[in-house]
Ligand binder design. Structure first.
Ligand code: SF4
Ligand code: SF4
Ligand code: FES
Length: 579
């Protein structure tokens, strides 16, 4: 139901049930917020969003108060502005004041707030609490002294990621954000998805940077610096340089990194295609043998960690196939390098990923091959943008270059890995082929292309029904696991991604991404799939050649040796028939 209210002496339309903040925003009136998260129930913790309501003695937080018919509101009266300034000044009073060196300099909500409120002097100087930085995690770095206690990370981690890896600790002015026993953000519960980085208004949370590691190698003689980029990174990097969201940056990445001095830059599509084929072969075997528990994907390292920590009972059903990043690095170090006559020790592989957890994936114990790391460093989308700027490359004015050979052909199914549902769509295409000997038609599965966090689809492949589910966020994964456990649902295949919407919304992506931009990123990936000719992994000629020359057949001993995880293989003992 619509009604009118008065705001700043103007009449605007309000909707019953919405908050004052929602009503103001819908009418183009901006009120600052800090603790507010869109779609979450409000806590009213920071009070920066206060407004003056005629007849009310106190200022009221607009994010948590419903709009009512009788209201006359002032959003920027002298009293309101005074109150907001005082809140911001208190937050800044014990802030470290090292904005120039902060990861979020220029993209910090606290900085923006002080600019918007025209704060020009430091009136209060609070006692600075010496809080140690937390470097315990392979992917996430915490700087608690920059925390403004908005609580956003706590709510997100608990509700979306299910783990509550961080919480308020201490009381009064000693209160801070910490971990269990204040032991650092360890692997005990945090699965390193990086979603908390995206939601943090300040520089209190950021990724563990690999930029200097890569720089060190760049200037070393006799080192071959080889990069590979993922589909979701390619569809979002351009936004960091003012390009249209979803603009596919494959050729710009190759051009930029070639100028910087990388030896080779590959699209990791061949890695995706091999992942599709090996997973499809695992799934086809399970279906033919009538196994009941579904096969779970393993390309999201956050999900793998969550399953290992909280659901060890499903590990025998977790795919043993390496992620596309790791497959690609195996190809680079143990196949391509040999063909080039390079010593494998002289090859340094860099994953360009939308994901913070990939930094953890590369140092997992089973990710060593012949005592060498398969992938040596990971740059997130944010780090890659910084890296390109650091080397003075004007991405808007460079001549694009095609991804390097010999991994220059990929299917469009490989590109679908960037979006939640895409891995399933890609694998179902190949599994259909494996089960029937025919190509499935149509190839597009629109049911898996919605922005829902939980999606289901059954494909009839000859005499077999293949029942698939797709979930993104650990909350949705947990809900589905419980349904599977109580027998409410029977499935053959489950795709899980920790980041809502998949890698296009990964923890390493641009901070401040809006829903509209996410849609444009996925649209550009779907457009590639509709536009190009090779739409299934098993038709990629480079992949066919790799099987002919090196791996023999999907799930062959050689394929297992190169394309599957060692540790998980062991856990598959007793299930050898799958292979
Ligand atoms: S990285 Fe993910 S799991 Fe870890 S604290 Fe942040 S939101 Fe929670
Ligand atoms: S770490 Fe960031 S998101 Fe979490 S409470 Fe502090 S400022 Fe808020
Ligand atoms: S944004 Fe409303 S109280 Fe924090």
């Amino acid at each position: 139901m619509l009604f009118s209210i008065e705001v700043n002496n103007n009449i605007i339309t309000a909707q019953r049930g919405e908050t004052i903040l929602e009503c103001l925003n819908r009418n183009g009136i901006f009120v600052p917020t800090l603790c507010h998260i869109e779609g979450y129930s409000p806590t009213g913790a920071c009070r920066i969003c206060v407004v003056e309501v005629e007849g009310r003695p106190d200022l009221i937080p607009s994010c948590s108060h419903p709009v009512e018919e009788w209201m006359h509101i002032k959003t920027h009266s002298p009293r309101v502005i005074r109150a907001r300034k005082a809140i911001a000044e208190m937050l800044l009073s014990n802030h470290p004041d090292d904005c120039l060196f902060c990861e979020r300099n220029g993209n910090c909500e606290l900085q923006k707030l002080s600019i918007d409120l025209n704060l020009r002097e430091k009136r209060f100087t609070g006692k600075k609490i010496a809080l140690k930085n937390d470097y315990a995690s392979a992917s996430i770095m915490r700087e608690p002294s920059k925390c403004i206690l908005c609580g956003r990370c706590i709510r997100l981690c608990e509700t979306e990621q299910e783990v509550a890896a961080v919480d308020f600790i201490g009381r009064g002015n000693q209160m801070t954000i910490g971990t269990s026993y204040n032991h650092g953000l360890s692997l005990k519960n945090c699965h390193q998805c990086g979603q908390c980085i995206l939601i943090c208004p300040t520089g209190a949370l950021s990724e563990q940077q690999h930029i200097s590691k890569v720089q060190d190698v760049l200037h070393k003689p006799n080192q071959h610096l080889v990069a590979q980029f993922s589909p979701a990174l390619s569809a979002s990097l351009g936004e960091n340089f003012g390009l249209k969201p979803g603009k596919v940056a494959d050729n710009l990445i190759v051009a930029a990194l070639s100028k910087i001095g990388f030896s080779k830059i590959f699209d990791n599509g061949v890695g995706c295609d091999l992942n599709i084929i090996e997973n499809a072969a695992l799934l086809a075997n399970r279906i033919r043998e009538g196994e009941t528990m579904p096969l779970f994907t393993s390309c999201c390292p956050s999900w793998v960690h969550y399953a290992e920590t909280f659901h060890p009972e499903i590990l025998p059903h977790l795919s043993s196939v390496l992620s596309p990043q790791q497959i690609m690095s195996v190809l680079i170090k143990w196949i391509y390098a040999k063909e080039e006559g390079w010593e494998v020790e002289d090859v340094y592989t860099v994953g360009l990923m939308p994901c913070t957890a990939k930094k953890y994936e590369i140092i997992r114990q089973e990710m060593l091959m012949n005592d060498l790391y398969i992938t040596d460093a990971v740059l997130t989308t944010r780090e890659l943008a910084k890296f390109i700027r650091l080397y003075g490359i004007d991405i808007n004015n460079i001549e694009p270059l095609l991804p390097h050979q010999p991994f220059h052909i990929r299917s469009t199914a490989a590109k679908l890995f960037g979006v939640s549902g895409g891995v399933t769509e890609a694998i179902l295409r190949t599994v259909y082929y494996m089960l029937t000997g025919n190509e499935c038609s149509p190839l597009t599965i629109s049911e898996l292309r919605t922005s829902n966090l939980s999606k289901f689809y059954t494909i009839q492949a000859g005499k077999y029904s293949v029942r698939a589910a797709v979930v993104s966020s650990m909350h949705q994964a947990e809900k589905l696991l419980q349904e599977i456990e109580v027998g409410k649902i029977n499935l053959d295949f489950v795709e899980v991604m920790a980041c809502p919407g998949g890698c296009i919304n990964g923890g390493g992506q641009k901070i401040g991404t809006r829903q509209k931009e996410l849609k444009m990123r996925s649209k550009s990936i779907y457009d590639i799939d509709e536009r190009e000719n090779i739409r299934v992994a098993h038709k990629n000629p480079i992949v066919t050649e790799l099987y002919q020359k090196y791996f023999g057949a999907p799930l062959s001993q050689k394929a297992i040796e190169f394309l599957h995880k060692r540790k998980l293989e062991k856990k598959l003992e007793g299930n050898e028939q799958i292979l």
